[in-house]
Design a protein around this ligand. Structure first.
Ligand code: SF4
Length: 167
């Protein structure tokens, strides 16, 4: 196809590899993604989660617009709003919190989703600039660290190990 292009990029998902990819775009639409052959880690191979990333990109189930909750939590009632309204809503709330309690009353918390090296901390530049609190790891990670410091064991006891030990 005359207007076909190969666009270089990298995987935003959950592991540390940040695999390099090359996306074939035809008529403004991605038609195939493959691992970059010249990348020393990726060497032409993407994992099963990402080999068909174009299907995820164009999925009809994908959220494409901000939604604002209009009912009680759990009711599943949302209305579509514009991007500017969504950003204004969040910015106004942040400013309210900062004015009332100080910037450290903001605690950025996110876990899972797009958490590769390139994507995971992308929002933190904003929170650092605001002076928000910093979280060591995740909320559950920080809690288990605190327990470990007090001498509590870290892990669940595996029933198979108990059986092997005759417990
Ligand atoms: S999720 Fe798959 S493609 Fe993405 S960085 Fe990890 S191994 Fe690579």
């Amino acid at each position: 196809m005359a207007d076909a292009q190969q666009i270089k990029g990298c995987c935003p998902l959950d592991c540390q590899d940040t695999c390099a990819w090359s996306a074939r775009v035809e008529g403004g639409r991605v038609v195939r993604i493959e691992g970059a052959k010249d990348h020393p880690f990726t060497r032409g191979v993407l994992c099963a989660k990402v080999r068909d990333f174009e299907a995820r990109t164009y999925s009809l189930d994908r959220l494409l617009h901000p939604l604002r909750r209009v009912g009680p939590k759990g009711s599943g009632r949302f209305e579509r709003i514009g991007w500017k309204d969504a950003v204004d809503l969040i910015a106004d709330r942040f400013l309210e919190i900062i004015a009332a309690e100080g910037a450290e009353a903001l605690l950025p918390f996110h876990y899972l989703g797009s958490m590769g090296v390139a994507q995971r901390q992308a929002l933190m530049r904003l929170f650092h600039a605001l002076g928000a609190s910093r979280l060591g790891g995740s909320i559950c990670g920080a809690a288990i660290d605190a327990l470990a410091v007090e001498g509590h064991p870290w892990a669940h006891v595996c029933p198979r190990i108990r059986l092997a030990e005759g417990g």
